[in-house]
Design a protein around this ligand. Structure first.
Ligand code: CP3
Length: 365
């Protein structure tokens, strides 16, 4: 499709994600390009977070940093961007406040606040609004020169909806709970709209060069099983169903798809039937139990060590890796090694290196 990228020298992640037998589990970590790395702060300089996302040169530099630092250890890069570019494309203002996180000056208040209708009615042209993401992906593919595959991503509709009504991070989820329990139909309309935009955004990321896509449902676990089935899961399924057809209409090959319904351990069984190739999980799930729940389904798991282990000792990291290997690494397939959520600021980069080295060592045949 117009691009002439160098062939992949390391396609371990893609083979594993398609469910094939592999020589060792591929590995990468969520937020591998980020604040725990001194070179990230250097590249970012005095720029605002979203300024970095919008500058393909800066975004691609940051994306490559962990691949370069952990030479030969990482099996994937993930494009430096954010899940909140979708609300931005929908016309909402999102700022990143230093040390506090994302902030929406005007979150959606109620279905009759005027803004809700505006957001619903808006014809969102992601190609026009988010062109910088696609440019960053294409430039990153060129710079990677086939070293490892590049992952594209988006936020799940439920998680994006949380941010759009809460206006930022929250402990109570009081606004979004008001929406779903007081205005369920209006909530679902917006969730559907977001889901369609997710499909478009992922498709254009693939067109630009993303070789696997991941949907982050970071707040899935804030819902109980029945609410999750109403307000999160149908929209995850919608994305998995529509993306392949969308890719086909653009003349593009399918790519493996990963879903990460964080915290929704109770829904692991149905997550395996949503149409994704890979299911990510956090550390609330026991690896051996997860493998039992999967049974003989052709699903690959991704995860799941507590990122907090990286604040501890080398021995503790080794033990956590061993537990994952014992649980997930059966029959040389079905597992992508990762943490159970993003790596946190303040972690020493050498502890992450130890984590990677231990995955290698403990999965050697
Ligand atoms: O390396 C990578 O994983 C790629 C880039 C990436 C970022 N955000 C960069 C980032 C990815 C995949 C994301 C996804 C994202 N963004 C999620 C889903 C994953 C998750 O962690 O649950 C969510 C919920 C967001 C929203 C968001 N963006 C928050 C809550 C914050 C601030 C607080 C925090 O936990 O970091 C961000 C900012 C952000 N996104 C940073 C980075 C490197 C830190 C920005 C900075 O201060 O420099």
């Amino acid at each position: 499709m117009g691009h002439n990228f160098e062939p992949l020298k390391n396609d371990l992640l893609l083979r594993a994600a398609w469910g094939q037998k592999v020589e060792r589990p591929p590995m990468w970590v969520m937020r591998q390009a980020g604040r725990y790395l001194p070179e990230y702060h250097e590249a970012k300089g005095k720029r605002d977070f979203f300024e970095c996302c919008r500058d393909p040169e800066v975004a691609s530099t940051i994306t490559l940093q962990p691949v370069e630092r952990y030479t030969g250890l990482l099996d994937a890069a993930i494009i430096f961007s954010d899940i909140l570019v979708i609300p931005q494309a929908m016309g909402m203002v999102v700022e990143m406040v230093d040390k506090k996180g994302p902030h929406f000056p005007s979150p959606l208040k109620t279905p009759d606040d005027g803004q809700y209708d505006q957001v619903l009615a808006r014809n969102v042209d992601v190609a026009a609004e988010l062109g910088y993401v696609y440019d960053a992906i294409t430039l990153t593919r060129k710079k990677l020169a086939g070293q490892v595959p590049l992952i594209g991503f988006c936020g799940a509709p439920w998680t994006l909806f949380c941010y759009m009504v809460e206006g930022g991070g929250t402990k109570l989820f009081s606004q979004v709970k008001t929406w779903i329990y007081k205005y369920p139909e209006e909530s679902k309309k917006l969730l559907s709209k977001i889901a369609d935009i997710c499909v478009d955004h992922l498709a254009l990321q693939v067109k630009a060069g993303a070789q696997l896509v991941m949907v982050f449902d970071s707040w899935a676990g804030e819902l109980g099983p029945s609410s999750y089935r109403q307000f999160s899961e149908p929209y995850l399924a919608h994305i998995a169903e529509k993306l392949p057809a969308k890719l086909q209409s653009l003349g593009l090959d399918r790519v493996p798809m990963t879903v990460f319904p964080k915290g929704a351990w109770y829904a692991l069984d149905s997550a395996c039937n949503l149409g994704y190739n890979v299911v990510g999980m956090d550390w609330l799930q026991d690896a051996k139990d997860a493998v039992k729940i999967r049974g003989d389904r052709d699903i690959v798991f991704q995860g799941n060590a507590d990122p907090g282990i990286l604040y501890g000792t080398k021995e503790g990291i080794t033990a956590a890796v061993q537990e994952m290997v014992d649980g997930f690494w059966v029959g040389n397939k079905g597992w992508i090694a990762n943490l159970g959520h993003g790596i946190t600021p303040g972690v020493h980069p050498d502890n992450l290196k130890h984590f990677f080295e231990e995955v290698h060592r403990l999965t050697k045949n």
